[in-house]
Ligand binder design. Structure first.
Ligand code: IDC
Length: 466
């Protein structure tokens, strides 16, 4: 049932007939929701459009949208068409969507405007008509979490949590519950191949009880660019070994210098096409598409992300993807910026998270404050951090590290610690020489940072299952 304003009202002027109908449907869970909004043009053809609506409650927010550019000011939201879906013939419709968050309740907005005209069509949920597919396909909206299904057999993090998805500003498990993954990052695996032998991965999984393992593949610095096929094969092998041990695999395209991710765009497309094809059927692979952009604008990073994500989505439509942020993944802080540029202009894709990195001896209260502020609006993932200075070396600052990890635990922000390696630098968890042997469990092989991190990571996860 849709009614057009133009059919009912006298034309305001002789220039163009206007009119529209909107259907707005949501799938809501505690604190979060996914909205699907179908816009139907009942007036003369238009070549671009702006949809406006107001949330009934002040706690409702757009977190991450697709198929339109979203802005929110107070409770007022606008969604502007993109190049591929701006043209709407008379009677044509298009569907856009977003992930949102809410506090007290989550009623649907009741009034919509299209290019300033109030849409008098129904807002009753209906089956959305087929629309032109967006260039970045939205993922399947989350289903209502099952409440009675028991956890599947097995106690590994992946067996319990299954396929992950972004829900509001959180990472949620297969039960739709926010979770935090805690684990370790490799160093550049090409420099420390001995550190990722089977006994080492066994220790990460069963002695450290890591939920995830970050596979850091440098792109420059003797990395991927020197042997794309060989490095891709090595990543695939480490993903398989991580999967066999029931951990989530975070595939890190470890760009660092140059800081402009566009320098590696074609390499990234080639690499992620291959890796996502190989692992599309798995539930445990998370893609980190650029490690630490620096010296570039957020819009450049966003542009890169919006070219790489569709490559992954073509093979694996709903894998979680983590996008690096400006200034070495500091949300811009290390170059005098802040998270507002991302909040106001998020990546146009679903199931996307944003990376935040810190080094506890260098980055303190102002970085913590900005992460906490951002995490209320953006799904954040600490894909790399150190207990030491940003050089990867110097004294461990365990007081600052404790403050950081307490914050991440409280906000349920997932993290990976740099590094599970035996490099002679204080960020390394293993004492130099450890990787020559086969003994990786216990504390005798650990540095100060390693001992601290193992104590933090191996405590029970208590993942929610209902
Ligand atoms: C450091 C390593 C060090 C290596 C250097 C250059 O710890 O052994 O020589 O890279 O490759 C980052 C980067 C990460 C850095 C780390 C510490 O993501 O590659 O590793 N760091 O400097 N960002 C901030 C700090």
């Amino acid at each position: 049932m849709t009614l057009g304003a133009s059919a009912l009202l006298p034309a305001a002027n002789a220039m163009a007939a206007t009119g529209c109908a909107v259907t707005y449907t949501t799938n809501s869970w505690s604190g979060g929701f996914t909205a699907s909004v179908t816009v139907k043009n009942l007036g003369d053809p238009i070549s671009n459009w702006t949809l406006g609506f107001t949330f009934p409650h002040s706690g409702q927010r757009v977190v991450q949208g697709w198929s339109a550019t979203y802005d929110q000011s107070g409770s007022a939201v606008t969604a502007r068409s993109l190049s591929y879906n701006g043209s709407l013939a008379t009677g044509a419709s298009t569907t856009i969507g977003f992930n949102g968050s809410w506090t007290t309740s989550n009623p649907n907005p009741t009034s919509f405007t299209l290019n300033g005209t109030v849409c008098t069509g129904s807002t009753t949920p209906t089956t959305a008509p087929p629309t032109t597919p967006p260039t970045t396909p939205p993922t399947t909206p989350p289903t209502t979490p099952p409440v009675t299904t028991p956890p599947p057999g097995g106690q590994t993090p992946v067996a319990i949590n299954g396929k992950l998805r972004v829900c509001g500003a959180n990472l949620c498990n297969q039960y739709g519950k926010p979770i935090q993954l805690r684990g370790m990052s490799s160093h550049g695996f090409h420099w420390f191949p001995q550190c990722y032998k089977d006994q080492a991965l066994d220790a990460i999984a069963t002695d450290w009880n890591s939920d995830l393992f970050r596979i850091s593949m440098y792109v420059q610095e003797e990395g991927y660019e020197t042997d794309p096929a060989g490095f891709t094969a090595r990543v695939n092998e480490l993903v398989e070994k991580t999967t066999a041990r029931g951990m989530y695999a975070l595939v890190d395209f470890h760009t660092l210098t140059p800081g402009d991710p566009m320098y590696n765009l074609e390499r990234a497309k080639t690499f992620f096409a291959a890796v996502s094809a190989r692992h599309a059927a798995k539930d445990n692979v998370i893609y980190e598409i650029t490690n630490e952009p620096n010296g570039v604008s957020w819009s450049t990073i966003k542009n890169y992300a919006e070219q790489v994500i569709p490559i992954i989505r073509a093979n694996d439509p709903d894998a979680v993807v983590v996008v690096g942020t400006r200034a070495w993944s500091s949300l811009g802080v290390s170059e005098g910026g802040n998270a507002t540029e991302v909040i106001n202009n998020p990546v146009n894709a679903s199931n996307v998270m944003y990376a935040f990195h810190f080094y506890a001896a260098s980055h303190k209260d102002n970085y913590r404050a900005e992460l906490e502020r951002a995490a209320a609006r953006l799904p954040m993932f600490v894909t790399e951090f150190g207990t030491v200075a940003y050089t990867g070396d110097g004294a461990a600052d365990l007081a600052s590290s404790t403050q950081w990890l307490d914050l991440l635990d409280r906000l349920k922000i997932s993290y990976a610690n740099w590094t599970f390696s035996d490099k002679a630098e204080t960020s390394a968890a293993l004492r130099p020489g450890t990787c020559n042997g086969t003994q990786f469990t216990g504390t005798s092989v650990l540095t100060e940072s390693g001992t601290f991190m193992r104590n933090r990571i191996r405590t029970p996860d208590n993942f929610p299952t209902s």
